[in-house]
Design a protein around this ligand. Structure first.
Ligand code: AMP
Length: 504
């Protein structure tokens, strides 16, 4: 396995030189396991998560196979279709095609919602070799008659389980029904819930099965910790933690969009420049924020689970689970944003009392316990957080307007917390349903962070601070791409987010 080279997998010279330019020296396990079968035209069922090199695993054979058949795409058609759940992932995949196909004559474009359709319609008008799309926008364009799917030769469903989570599975089935049966089909999913294996059985023909995440996700390179911090203390604690660690680049995950906005604002006000990214932000805003984060101009990104997968930014040193996810697998995807491309990384979860069952579920999935954060650094963080809370509580006591604003904000936040609103039908991003049990909120309990037996824990007495908690498809890029520190170049250019532009 380890002796394999890209050349020995059967890839053509033009692709090998594009890979060299990316700094890729050896194929990853999923590439080794998938590429020869895909070059031979087999269907594939891949159990793999982002970060394993799965994009190249499917993109390289697609580029080679399409290049070998000297066929031009028909107007409004594509020859290969890649369906991905989020705009960010779709844009990244499109960028990867640009990088890996730099020496080919194939064209590509990406379409997703949240931006104008006109440039996308134009880009597909003459036909493209590779179309990357999110399901909703693709169907929309198909329904308008501006995209045809009756000439698709190869189709990839990426992050199928995520599409299921996001409620796209019916759209995906509709899309599959529009594609000729005589095709090559690839399905990738990090997990294999029943719905996904059912879908796989119905659309794949005698697939090669490749799994690089057997049961247990690979998180060995990540230094994981959990700090037990009450809800009302989390914000001060996180700020102290970021300051203490001098994070180079961190992602903080929150449960709600409102929570992400609020936390990003609070961190920024406290001197830690942070921006939020979630589904309510405009696509331009999301692109700008991601560009700033990738370029290193933005130190802290506060994200909902929209960003938990798909987003591939090298050099994220820390992942903070400000709130634990409702679904244990999501924890793994979140922390997988760090320790990419062989680097190490640190993931710290802030767990309050109500979240203990969620932590248990995560530990069950990992089949190990997450070590409790302890030691002088965390003691200092706890002390700093407490100081901040006491100062803020004093400021609130001294200013009735501030106190009223805090109380209103607390109410508003409670209404935004899906755990308190299951009957309204609102739900956390990307989750079809919120958990139905309502939890008693400890929001109002002012907390005190204390170091106890070398680990962080908290008590509910002490401080009075309350919780607030182109006109054508793009020609494949021939210019050297911005290379990431790890040599993974394609993802560092976010140009793919601007659909319809022509690559140089
Ligand atoms: P993916 O799982 O496709 O999101 O890829 C994760 C990261 O690994 C991306 O930054 C890729 O550029 C990088 N990558 C993919 N294949 C290789 C390889 N064979 N060698 C080095 N980096 C790679």
């Amino acid at each position: 396995m380890t002796d394999q080279t890209f050349a020995s997998l059967g890839l053509a010279e033009s692709i090998l030189s594009a890979l060299e330019r990316q700094g890729y020296e050896t194929p990853t396990p999923i590439q080794t396991a998938s590429i020869p079968s895909l070059l031979a035209g087999r269907d594939l069922l891949g159990c793999a998560q982002t970060g394993t090199g799965k994009t190249a695993a499917f993109a390289l054979p697609i580029i080679q196979r399409l290049s070998a058949m000297a066929v031009r795409p028909a107007p409004k058609s594509c020859r290969a279709l890649v369906v991905a759940p989020t705009r960010e992932l779709a844009a990244q995949i499109d960028s990867s095609f640009a990088a890996y196909g730099a020496n080919s004559r194939l064209t590509h474009t990406v379409v997703y919602g949240g931006v104008g359709k006109a440039p996308q319609v134009k880009a597909i008008g003459r036909g493209v070799d590779v179309l990357v799309a999110t399901p909703g926008r693709l169907l929309d364009l198909h329904n308008q008659g501006v995209v045809r799917l009756d000439a698709v030769e190869i189709v990839v469903l990426d992050e199928a389980d995520r599409m299921l989570d996001m409620g796209f599975i019916r759209d995906v089935k509709r899309i599959m029904a529009l594609i000729p049966k005589n095709r090559q089909t690839l399905l990738f999913s990090a997990t294999m819930p029943n719905d996904i294996s059912g879908l796989a059985n119905s659309i794949l023909r005698d697939p090669v099965r490749v799994s690089v995440t057997p049961d247990k996700p690979t998180v060995e390179l990540i230094d994981q910790k959990v700090a037990f911090v009450e809800k009302g203390e989390k914000r001060a604690f996180l700020a102290a933690l970021i300051n203490a660690q001098g994070d180079e680049r961190a992602i903080v995950f929150t449960r709600t969009k409102h929570g992400a906005d609020k936390l990003a604002k609070a961190l920024s006000v406290g001197g830690i420049p942070a921006e939020a990214i979630h589904a309510n932000k405009s696509q331009n805003n999301r692109t700008r924020t991601m560009d700033g984060f990738r370029a290193g101009n933005l130190r802290v990104l506060v994200a909902t689970d929209l960003a938990a997968r798909g987003i591939d930014v090298d050099g994220i040193s820390h992942v903070y689970n400000y709130e634990l996810p409702e679904v244990a697998e999501t924890y793994v995807h979140r922390i997988g944003r760090t320790a990419r491309a062989g680097a190490s990384g640190c993931a710290i979860a802030l767990c309050d009392r109500e979240e203990r069952p969620l932590l248990k579920a995560i530990e069950k999935l990992l089949r190990t316990s997450v070590p409790v954060a302890s030691g002088p650094l965390f003691d200092q963080v706890a002390a700093d957080a407490r100081k901040t809370m006491i100062a803020e509580a004093a400021a609130i006591r001294a200013d009735p307007r501030l106190a009223a604003r805090e109380a209103a904000e607390r109410d508003r936040e409670r209404s935004f917390d899906p755990r308190n609103r299951t009957k309204t039908g609102r739900r956390p991003e990307g989750r079809p349903e919120a958990r139905s049990e309502s939890r008693s909120s400890s929001t109002g309990a002012a907390g005190r962070v204390v170091a106890k037996r070398g680990s962080l824990t908290s008590s509910s007495s002490g401080a009075t601070f309350s919780s607030k908690e182109s006109n054508h498809g793009n020609r494949f890029d021939r210019s050297p791409s911005g290379r990431s520190p790890s040599g993974g170049a394609s993802r560092e250019r976010s140009g793919g987010a601007r659909s319809g532009q022509r690559s140089r």
